[in-house]
Design a protein. Structure first.
Length: 396
């Protein structure tokens, strides 16, 4: 098999297994934790702790990767995945102890979230060898994996028990470990751009700290702050989806179907993104995605039945599905090569920062005031964030 084709297949597999695990974890976190006797407020605290840890771990890990070019990114990923597998096995065998469950879930979910920017960076590490990985198609297949896993788990949980969820953590992460281990440069690969190779050592020395990065790319940071506000409602909808579905008369299988619909519709957008980005400026695509995020959040707030929930989920194909590849390409264009991993990490960190606020505030407010009021707050913050993004995103 052609080495280029082989690497693309392996990268697609890494996205598939990563998002299969992510669906089982974050997509069904509330389902699993409610089953284990946790309240909405406690679930919010657990998920916010995962986000807080990831906020600190992602930039630190990115800085480590940028400053230690001699250590392969795939080895860093697999070290973290191996730890997550061990902890997931522990979650399976421990007795029903809420304190231990609390600690293990926080650790597993934090580790899984932390490696997302490194998984994204894998798509671009072989560019200097003339090997292009189709990130859009691979990420789209990741969404398909998320969709199929979510739908299947919706019925499995309904028919059997949420106790099966940690098994999914183990299986998907084990498959991810194997495929990332096999994601290696062909033996006959040669550097296409000799100048880039000669500059590698200098780039490591010049690599900026996290604070200097923020100072160097001020407008980029403000754009991410706006996105944090938009992503607040998105996080609440995702992590407390079962509560939203129940509020309009649905159940866990309805939730699985709704997630399946949204995630499946991400594939066409992501698969076509490379061609789309050649016709439409990447900055414009980000602005369009933010407007559709706002529309999706508003419709979810107004929903009174599953039909309206499904309509809101359809907008995922122009919101999240468009933003993710657009933001990855935006970073590659706006950030210097030596800061690429940090740039990707800052995007993911902005998502996890939203998680910090959305999970802890959302969980408390769900118990205190109800679903509709929480969704209204999300819509208001989305509107403010959208205005910030529209004024700070630049053409590339």
């Amino acid at each position: 098999m052609d080495s280029r084709k082989s690497l693309n297949i392996k990268y697609m597999a890494s996205q598939i297994f990563y998002f299969g695990a992510f669906a089982a974890m974050m997509g069904y976190a509330s389902v699993y934790l409610l089953y284990k006797g946790f309240s909405n407020s406690t679930i919010g605290i657990i998920l916010s702790l995962c986000s807080i840890l990831a906020v600190f771990m992602q930039p630190a890990l990115a800085s480590f990767a940028d400053n230690h070019k001699n250590i392969e990114i795939r080895k860093i990923i697999n070290t973290i995945v191996a730890i997550a597998i061990i902890l997931s096995v522990a979650l399976l065998v421990i007795p029903t102890n809420q304190t231990l469950i609390f600690i293990l879930i926080v650790a597993i979910f934090s580790l899984e979230t932390t490696i997302m920017p490194l998984i994204n960076t894998l798509a671009f590490i072989f560019e200097k060898y003339g090997i292009q990985i189709n990130f859009g198609i691979a990420r789209g297949l990741g969404s398909v994996a998320y969709a199929l896993t979510s739908m299947a788990l919706g019925y499995i949980v309904e028919w059997f028990s949420p106790d099966l969820l940690p098994i999914c953590y183990v299986v998907f992460n084990a498959l991810l470990f194997i495929v990332v281990h096999l994601f290696v440069l062909p033996k006959n690969a040669q550097i296409v751009d000799a100048d880039e190779e000669s500059e590698t050592e200098a780039e490591v020395q010049e690599n900026v700290s996290l604070l200097k990065f923020a100072s160097k790319y001020k407008k980029f940071i403000v754009f991410l702050l706006g996105f944090v506000l938009v992503y607040f409602a998105h996080t609440i909808i995702n992590n407390f989806f079962i509560q939203i579905i129940t509020n309009v008369g649905g159940n866990s299988s309805d939730m699985g179907n709704a997630v399946f619909l949204a995630a499946m519709l991400e594939l066409p957008t992501m698969a076509y993104f490379t061609k789309l980005s050649q016709k439409v400026n990447c900055g414009t695509l980000i602005k369009a995605s933010i407007v559709l995020f706002l529309a999706k959040h508003a419709i979810t707030y107004l929903a009174t039945n599953m039909v309206m929930i499904y309509i809101a989920q359809v907008l995922q194909m122009g919101a999240y599905a468009l933003f993710i590849p657009a933001s990855v390409y935006y970073v590659n264009c706006k950030v210097d090569n030596k800061d690429i991993v940090k740039g990707q990490s800052f995007v993911t960190t902005s998502m996890t920062m939203s998680g910090v606020f959305a999970n802890i505030i959302g969980g408390i407010l769900l118990d205190a005031v109800g679903v509709s009021e929480v969704l209204l707050i999300g819509v208001i913050l989305s509107l403010i964030g959208a205005v910030i993004v529209l004024f700070t995103v630049e053409k590339v």
